[in-house]
Design a protein around this ligand. Structure first.
Ligand code: GAR
Length: 208
């Protein structure tokens, strides 16, 4: 069966990447294949997770580029070489430009650790999101998987899942619960939904 070739872009620990690897192994993502993991940091633990799962890796070290467009040019080159159909941003700590996004329109998804449109946009990433949630005092947070467009965290929403905030939560405990109860659950499902859509479009193109 034809599968969409997925590149997962990472910068850190890669627990969301691990959720994708586990879902693939469990047969829950049959429309896609984790083809490549690209890290913007050479020491990201996500690279070890990929290697252990036998997925090819590449490093496009953001620090070795003075120019943002050169970084993205290299990234695109690596993705094209690997004939990538779809991109998953899983803890990728870099905001892609409008030009980059237009090369993979409706084919890039991102996981964000809040219920968009709350606690998202520029400056909201990682633990900062959970700290803002606790400072504000909201009682429900969660995670969102959405398409990536030129607006930070602004693309169409694919899936969301709510998580209860507890009085005793710290940013760290909340981050862990949001990951376990929401991010790791909805990311593989969203990945499968988008991959299926991409495959259907390919099929229609072939028939016309
Ligand atoms: C995840 O919580 C992800 O939602 C968040 O960074 C963490 C990466 O963890 N992403 C953002 O905040 C993007 N705005 P991981 O490397 O263990 O998957």
């Amino acid at each position: 069966m034809l599968k969409a070739r997925v590149a997962v872009l990472v910068s850190g620990g890669g627990t969301n990447l691990q959720a994708l690897i586990d879902a693939q192994k469990a047969g829950q993502m049959n429309s896609c294949e984790l083809t490549l993991v690209v890290s913007s940091k050479p020491d990201a633990f996500a690279l070890t997770r990929a290697a252990e799962a036998g997925i090819p890796t590449a490093v496009v070290d953001i620090k070795s580029f003075t120019d943002r467009s050169e970084f993205e040019k290299k990234l695109l080159e690596v993705l094209c070489e690997n004939i990538i159909d779809m991109i998953v941003l899983a803890g990728f700590m870099y905001v892609l430009s409008r030009d980059f996004v237009s090369s993979y329109l409706e084919k890039i998804v991102n996981v964000h650790p809040s219920l968009i449109p709350a606690f998202c946009g520029d400056g909201f990433y990682g633990l900062r999101v959970h700290k803002a949630v606790l400072d504000y005092g909201v009682k429900v947070t969660g995670a969102t998987v959405h398409y990536v467009n030129e607006i930070t965290d602004g693309g169409k929403i694919i899936l969301q899942k709510a998580v209860e905030v507890k009085d005793t939560d710290t940013p760290e405990s909340l981050q862990q619960r949001v990951m376990r109860e929401a991010e790791w659950v909805i990311l593989p499902k969203a990945c499968e939904i988008v991959a299926r859509r991409i495959l259907n479009e390919k099929e229609t193109e072939r028939e016309t």
